[in-house]
Design a protein around this ligand. Structure first.
Ligand SMILES: [Zn+2]
Length: 477
């Protein structure tokens, strides 16, 4: 057995990620502008499938697509005070065009509240216009100073941003649950786990009343926030002049929410959570080629049989390809394993003669024999089995990396250990969170779970003040 081409991702995650990104032709970091990378076709396929799933679930829950301009008048940024504080150091601005100074300075969207709300003020007139549920699929730009890996935190990243307006607070609260469901359904299609966690008041999106985030543990046991959803109350609708006439003729300021699943980051999760030392491991949905057929020798009879199978599988709706290249069969196996192609079919003289195929599933690298007339049924079941196995493994990893600290000493000891989530009773104070971060080498309070109720102790595990919740700590990207 030849040596695996990549290091163990659990031991050398950074090296593993950079190598898989290069060898599987995902992102190219040689573009030449700091913080900006090029997404190559293999990655764009994953990205497009993530968009497809998110948009399908958004539209099924009553959202409609919109597209707002990239450029926003600078004065809009100044309307909501906390929002401007949160973003003013991160925005790219445009001051010249065609060699001339612009009359009005513009900025490039870091998120689109300040573009969208002035238009909502024009569109929303009466209670009949509500709820208004809209989203756009786009890139946003933030001058991030914390540099990390491609897709994790770039200065340009792809996402969906949904901005919804409601007559009543309860409806806005209910939207947070719907956003969580949309995230859950989308993640399921890619066999990804997440923990829904409500952020602490001091860690909310600038201007939000509540912020929920979906955290995933990576192979290095650090956490990546993949999506967030925020209850904005009247924080944006009021200053931007959004109001409606209620059924009894009153002028009312509506409530709003926003939801931002990070498509670049979800793609990073597909790569990181499922990959192994042979490359990507993809569920059928994420694979640009789902079934590769490899004639093990360059013989016309083998190629002919391979092409007939390709036609049959393509007709059944699979993304299938015969590798007719001049490399050896072994080199081809390596190549398609690196790309994460879920199923490989080898065609040798024995297979062509007997019509019993040698089929290998990528996730387990296991071979099996499948008669040609049973192949379509087997592929359909492999699609589900691979998704199920990847999901089970991913959830297992996440759950096995949640520990609970029983005392301050225990928390310190656990923080020195492997990493992952550490649960503890928290007092809710920002000073306490800051102290924990300073003394544990970077563990941040992520917040409390919103999908389950967890009991907490009477006093804070760290500082001894009154405990208010069971919170999660982790090192984060
Ligand atoms: Zn405390």
């Amino acid at each position: 057995m030849a040596k695996a081409p990549l290091p163990d991702k659990f031991k050398q995650f950074g090296e593993w990620y950079d190598l898989v990104s290069e060898k599987a032709e995902l992102a190219d970091v040689r573009y030449g502008v700091k913080g900006f990378v090029v997404f190559r076709p293999n990655l764009m396929h994953v990205i497009r499938e993530i968009y497809e799933a998110l948009e399908r679930h958004l539209i099924a829950s009553g959202h409609r697509a919109m597209l707002f301009p990239l450029l926003i008048p600078y004065k809009n940024l100044l309307v909501e005070k906390e929002h401007v504080k949160g973003f003013e150091n991160q925005v790219f601005s445009v001051e010249k065009a065609g060699g001339e100074e612009l009359e009005e300075r513009l900025f490039i969207r870091p998120t689109s509240e300040t573009a969208i709300y002035p238009m909502y003020a024009l569109w929303i007139r009466s209670y009949r216009d509500l709820p208004f549920k809209g989203f756009q699929s786009c890139a946003v730009y933030r001058h991030e100073t914390k540099a990390t890996r491609p897709l994790f935190r770039g200065r340009e990243f792809l996402w969906v941003e949904s901005h919804n307006v409601f007559a009543k607070k309860e409806e806005a609260e209910a939207q947070l649950k719907e956003d969580m469901e949309i995230t859950r359904k989308t993640f399921e299609e890619f066999a990804l786990p997440f923990l829904p966690i409500e952020r602490e008041p001091f860690d909310r999106f600038p201007g939000a009343e509540r912020s929920l985030a979906y955290d995933v543990i990576l192979p290095d046991r650090q956490v990546l926030q993949s999506a967030t959803t925020h209850l904005l109350g009247k924080r944006f609708t009021a200053p931007f002049g959004v109001s409606f006439l209620s059924a009894d003729g009153q002028r009312v300021v509506p409530e709003s929410t926003c939801f931002g699943p990070g498509v670049s980051r979800i793609a990073a999760l597909v790569v990181s959570v499922h990959g192994d030392e042979y490359g990507l491991v993809l569920p059928f949905k994420a694979a640009i080629v789902q079934v590769v057929i490899i004639p093990i020798r360059n013989e016309p009879a083998l190629l002919e049989y391979a092409l007939s199978l390709e036609k049959k599988l393509a007709h059944a709706g699979y993304k299938v390809k015969v590798d007719e290249g001049s490399e050896t069969a072994g080199e081809k196996f390596y190549h398609w394993e690196m790309l994460g192609t879920p199923v490989r079919i080898e065609i040798g003289p024995r297979e062509a003669e007997s019509k019993v195929l040698t089929v290998t599933r990528r996730d387990q690298r296991k071979r099996e024999s499948v008669p040609e007339d049973a192949l379509l049924n087997r592929l359909a079941s492999l699609d589900q089995e691979i998704l199920g196995e990847l999901s089970k493994k991913a959830w297992g990893w996440l759950e096995s990396n949640i520990q609970e600290a029983s005392s301050k000493d225990d928390l310190l000891a656990k923080a020195k250990g492997a990493g992952g989530f550490i649960k503890f009773t928290f007092c809710g104070r920002e000073e306490c969170a800051r102290d924990i971060k300073a003394q544990t080498g970077g563990y941040e309070v992520r917040g409390r779970r919103v999908d389950i109720d967890e009991k907490h102790a009477a006093s804070c595990t760290w500082c001894g003040e009154k405990g208010v919740e069971l919170a999660y700590l982790a090192k984060a990207y």
